[in-house]
Design a protein. Sequence first.
Length: 213
Amino acid sequence: MGLEKQGVIYTHQAVNQDYDEYGKDKKVNKGHLFPKSFAHQPVNQDSTFTLTNAVPQVKTFNEGSWGKMECTVRKILLKQCLDNNGQPKAYVLTGAVPSVNNKLNNRVNIPDLLWTAYCCYNSKKKEWMAKAHWGENQKETNKQVLNPHTLSELYNMLKQHYPGGDVQVFPDQCPRGSSQKEREKSREREIGSGDISGKGLMTCDEDCKCVSL
């Protein structure tokens, strides 16, 4: 991980200047793809702040429904995605669907949509589990929630943005679908984890500390 040279514009990646000088006009900040709160060691947490791990994300979306979702998923991973030694182990992927012509500083694409998915083996239940979330990268003014979806629903959504073939982000052992009963249980787990408070819009920081606005 190298340090950015002040004043140097890099052709194929963003620099801090893009965000510092133009982020306020677009009302965006650095949106982590791999969240800091998912990393256990300080050195790994620090590495999440590289600009190759960030996209311009609308501030209210980043700190609102997306931030709450990340913290809820983190709780699920720590509680349900445990290996035989009781240690958390999961596969997490996050992606951004680029916009057609919405750019930060006329060079850094501001994505239209962000998505994330996880897959893990629940050693207690002896089964694989997977879920996905996504949301539009736009201003949030009211209480909003990113509900869990199946991998099949994620793949179908991504195919609309990337036509020309099937989409698959995880191996076949990660379940693509779930029954209606399982979906209801998944939503109940997220409610129990604090994702849906019913108390108005909340904001969450990078350490998953959420407060009401």
